[in-house]
Design a protein around this ligand. Sequence first.
Ligand code: FAD
Ligand code: NAP
Length: 339
Amino acid sequence: MSLAVEHDVSLKPFNTFGIDVRARAFVEVHDDAQACAALRHADAIGQAVLLVGGGSNLLLTRDVEALVVRMGSRGIRQLSEVQGQVVIEAEAGEPWHPFVLATLAMGLAGLENLSLIPGTVGAAPMQNIGAYGVEIKDVFHSLIALDRHTLQTREFSLADCQFGYRDSRFKREPGRWLILRVRFRLARHAPLHLDYGPVRQRLQQMDIQAPTPADVSAAICSIRREKLPDPAELGNAGSFFKNPLVPAALAESIKADHPDLVAYPQPDGQTKLAAGWLIERAGWKGFREGDAGVHRLQSLVLVNYGQATGAQLYELAQRIRADILSKFGVELEMEPNLY
Ligand code: FAD
Ligand code: NAP
């Protein structure tokens, strides 16, 4: 199996922050055999591996002394249909949003609330991507991954993935599993999730009384285009911090000082706080130092105005974390994967 390994490659086109670091070695793989060959090659030359899909959840703070393996596999297929329940399989390198649109065009419901999330199918399980009240765990069937240690493939069920809030076992075992393909449990007819944020209101503005899954997708795309910076125009990796889960008592004490705190009680007794609200209230919204900044509309999004380095963005994030801890007693956790 011959691999087209390149050397000393700029990763700027391969991460949505647009950080210009270099990879010692880089290869794009298109099928299982190439993926396996890339892992063998890394072993043979004694290098670590960094997997990259769309690079939309990565903060690169230095040159990468590893073999960067970019997932370029393609393919979407239906595996089964039983009483309106359809299992769809997609290869890891499929771009996420076009995949969502393809399932909607097939008349399938389930992924509409996850429209317009950048990145690839293969990276979606990494942090159990979620938006507007739906996470992929809600529609997940199984996945196939290659074990970096044994080079054997393994099937993971829903329970095996240990999905949590923006979390999974894959995120907790970085570099161990190369996800080859993911299967989703979709439906010909399924209840729509319209009660999160401004979705219902946007559908009304669009004059849609009886929405289809495709209508929900269109509404969410229009909300997202208004609220979020497009990485093609302004470097970013979406939300930079997870929304923190804190003890209810801490949320109550913050609320005593700030009655407009945005807080959502959770079934387990904790309270989820909107990290964006904390950052905005601490005065960081629109902050800029050099080319590293906090977006002027979305304080949860750190941005690269052009020439910021990953280290500068990381340093800004650390200052924000320290400030939120001292002002509110809340620890923020970074969402993108750090290299
Ligand atoms: P990458 O950034 O390439 O990789 C992310 C991690 O996954 C890395 O650790 C990488 O090594 C690993 N990885 C990549 N491919 C594989 C593979 N095949 N097998 C194993 N590991 C792999 N996220 C949400 O959850 N919800 C949102 O609503 C959302 N909105 C966003 C909006 C914007 C504007 C941006 C820029 C980002 C947003 N994100 C959101 C974050 C990001 O898009 C998702 O986490 C996405 O799934 C990352 O996919 P990717 O292919 O770009 O992953
Ligand atoms: P928003 O609607 O302004 O809401 C702010 C925060 O409050 C969200 O982060 C959301 O948490 C939480 N929230 C809102 N309504 C809620 C409800 N009914 N129950 C529980 N929690 C609620 O958020 P936004 O920034 O515009 O983002 C909209 C959606 O897209 C969110 O789900 C967000 O996670 C997702 N998104 C994610 C990224 C990313 O990079 N991870 C980037 C952009 C948007 P949750 O985040 O837990 O949903």
